[in-house]
Ligand binder design. Structure first.
Ligand SMILES: [Zn+2]
Length: 312
């Protein structure tokens, strides 16, 4: 009987270890193997790639043009998530359709919200968003910089032997981001205050407006889960005519029909507003192009905004 129980215990133990996550901080030795990380959005993936360098292989779930508010994981995505050593997501309810999956996997795996490192006093809680924080924090580069330490901390915990590598990578990336923040400030300052009005497809630019000095307005709300109503379009059209706004903008991850409807409504009032270009709001551009990086995306946005609103 005793032997039988022992065998059962061993078998049960083996089963448990077979079900165990690929890695738990401190349990897997990564000194001779690359960490397999999964990131949800391109912006999160960019932080992980920069801090992880050659030590980390990053799979990004949401490619160009993918709307994180509406994204749902396919069976293949769930498998990718389950096989990862660590998962990084943006958080603050940005990935609303993934919360169930992340919660379930989070019991067994390292699942980390990069925005957890941001001081809550720097977050915006718009009244119309029912007390929750606006998740679009990457539009204020100085706030997004706070995600670097979260990623560095998580990678260092998994792989302490490479701590100095992650430290050096994080310092280099932070210096690049600081330069980027100053670039956006300098370019924004080229526009006189009355021209700093940014109208886009959805309310993604709250942090951008706050730190770089723009009045912002989106046709859809903070999340793209609610559609723009006809009265939203009419009210925005009146506003554009009143303020003589030169250009409005489409977003790569939101269908452009609502912005085109707004343009038509403005034109029906006898004022011509341009579509000033495409902005990368909640998704980056194509991988391998400058717009496929966070730095390139932010530069593209401010360059497009300034040149369209300036009128040159
Ligand atoms: Zn959004």
């Amino acid at each position: 009987m005793k032997t039988y129980s022992f065998v059962l215990l061993v078998v049960f133990g083996l089963m448990l270890s077979a079900c165990a996550p690929a890695s738990v901080a401190g349990e897997t030795d990564f000194s001779n193997q690359v960490i397999e990380a999964v990131a949800t959005t391109g912006m999160v993936g960019d932080v992980v790639k920069n801090v992880g360098g050659q030590r980390v292989s990053v799979t990004t779930l949401m490619g160009p043009g993918v709307d994180p508010h509406l994204f749902k994981a396919s069976e293949g995505d769930v498998r990718t998530l389950e096989e990862a050593d660590v998962i990084f997501y943006s958080g603050l309810h940005l990935e609303a359709g993934l919360s169930g999956v992340l919660e379930r996997i989070g019991d067994r795996l390292n699942v980390i919200a990069v925005t957890d490192g941001i001081d809550r006093s720097r977050l915006i809680a718009p009244p119309e968003f029912q007390g929750a924080y606006d998740p679009h924090v990457w539009f204020d580069v100085s706030i997004w910089m706070d995600t670097v330490a979260v990623v560095q901390g998580a990678l260092t915990e998994l792989d302490p032997q490479s701590a100095t590598v992650y430290q050096a990578n994080a310092e280099r990336y932070l210096a690049e981001l600081e330069e980027l923040h100053n670039y956006v400030l300098t370019r924004a300052a080229e526009l006189p205050p009355e021209k700093r009005i940014l109208i886009t497809a959805h309310d993604a630019f709250g942090y951008f407006g706050h730190v770089y000095g723009f009045e912002v307005g989106g046709l859809q709300g903070i999340s793209t889960q609610s559609e723009a109503s006809t009265s939203d379009v009419q009210a925005k059209a009146d506003f554009i005519v009143e303020k003589q706004v030169r250009a409005i903008f489409i977003e790569s991850s939101v269908p452009k029909r609502a912005v085109e409807a707004l343009q038509a409504a403005v034109q029906a009032r006898g004022f011509d507003v341009l579509i000033g270009g495409e902005l990368f709001s909640d998704a980056m551009g194509d991988p391998g192009t400058p717009k496929g990086t966070y730095v390139g995306m932010v530069k593209h946005n401010i360059d497009t905004i300034v040149s369209a609103l300036k009128g040159d």
